[in-house]
Design a protein around this ligand. Structure first.
Ligand code: SD4
Length: 343
């Protein structure tokens, strides 16, 4: 049987590691904790949570808004714009790694507390796709715009078309071209190397939850490939009565299981965020005999301020911020259920 993995590897000249470096946010003081309650954390009052260590500076920007009684919608948009605009973050926005043809193509989505949603996919040349997604939500009768149409909509609304391919990303792409093999599965030596999408959930002082997700997608993906990140219910979903969830990792697996929607629905049925994230990961693991070669991480929070993250492989981190400050936390994983990785 030819598996999808065989096909994709066969599409290239041989197997190489894509090797997307993890982002360090070392300039921001954070504490590292291991949860006592099954990997579940409790947050107080308004809060913001987001994926990976670049969530730390993103949360800081979002927190400024929450702390001055701003809306969760403004908070998540402002928060994820931080990695979008940072050229050193090579998996989101400006500076993101290009596709196999050298194009930086961006995916993003946003959702408000009333269940409104906006998204853009396969968008080129616009540094802040999350802000375009918000405008799709607020100014059009639609949920999603893609490609040239999304770019035209952005330009019509005052966005500038810029070259998002930084010299560093171009160098890596040219290096990749030497072998041009395509393997979206993780390098066993560093399973998180290709995964650094930011997903963010925030609750404001009014008690409303909103969410956002933005990415440049898998590095050196096929031109035209769109992952889970702009798909409402896959990479992000919020129901203001229940809570929200967001995803990072191999988007194809997230899309096939509609993970974020699943997590929110499971929480609606009474599962805790930790239990719901665990079940969403279980759905992926059960259908993949080679699950050790797949990385997906989920982050969820409910309206009571319970928050948890869970991933297939170790190494997934998430940042949480409330009045107590910011903590960078290690998610538990299917591969190592007992302990948070590195905790
Ligand atoms: C995608 N889910 O395009 C994204 C990639 C990712 O962390 O999450 N990286 O499939």
């Amino acid at each position: 049987m030819t598996t999808r993995r065989d096909f994709l590897i066969g599409a290239g000249a041989g197997l190489v590691t894509l090797g997307l470096g993890r982002v360090q946010a070392s300039s921001h003081p954070v504490s590292r904790e291991v949860a006592e309650d099954g990997g579940q954390y409790r947050l107080q009052g308004p809060f913001v949570v987001s994926t990976w260590s670049h969530g730390v500076p993103a949360n800081a920007a979002a927190w400024e808004i929450l702390d001055s009684a701003g809306s969760a919608l403004d908070a998540v948009e402002t928060g994820v714009r931080v990695p979008e605009g940072d050229p050193d973050i090579i998996s989101v926005g400006y500076g993101g790694r290009p596709d196999r043809d050298g194009h930086v193509t961006l995916d993003a989505c946003i959702m408000d507390h009333e269940g409104n949603a906006g998204s853009v996919a396969f968008l080129e040349g616009i540094k802040h796709p999350i802000s375009v997604a918000r405008l799709v939500m607020e100014k059009t009768p639609h949920v999603m715009l893609v490609g040239a149409g999304a770019q035209r909509f952005a330009v019509d609304n005052g966005f500038e078309v810029e070259n998002l391919l930084t010299p560093a990303a171009e160098k890596e792409w040219r290096c990749w071209l030497e072998k041009a093999s395509y393997d979206p599965w993780p390098d066993p030596a560093d399973p998180n190397a290709a995964h650094d999408t930011i997903g963010m959930l925030a609750v404001d002082t009014a008690g409303n939850m909103c969410g956002a997700c933005t990415t440049s997608g898998l590095p050196f993906k096929m031109h035209g490939r769109v992952g889970d990140s702009p798909i409402i219910g896959a990479a992000m979903f919020v129901d203001n009565e229940v809570g929200g969830a967001c995803a990072t990792g191999l988007g194809e697996e997230v899309m096939k299981t509609l993970g974020s929607f699943l997590i929110v629905e499971l929480m609606r049925q009474g599962l805790s965020p930790a239990e719901a994230c665990h079940e969403a990961i279980a759905r992926i693991v059960r259908r993949n005999a080679d699950w050790k070669e797949v990385q997906v991480g989920y982050l969820a929070a409910d309206k009571q301020g319970r928050c948890a993250a869970f991933s297939i492989l170790p190494g997934f981190q998430f940042a949480v911020t409330d009045r107590e400050g910011t903590r960078l936390l290690d998610a538990r994983s299917w591969a190592h259920p007992e302990a948070a990785a590195g905790g």
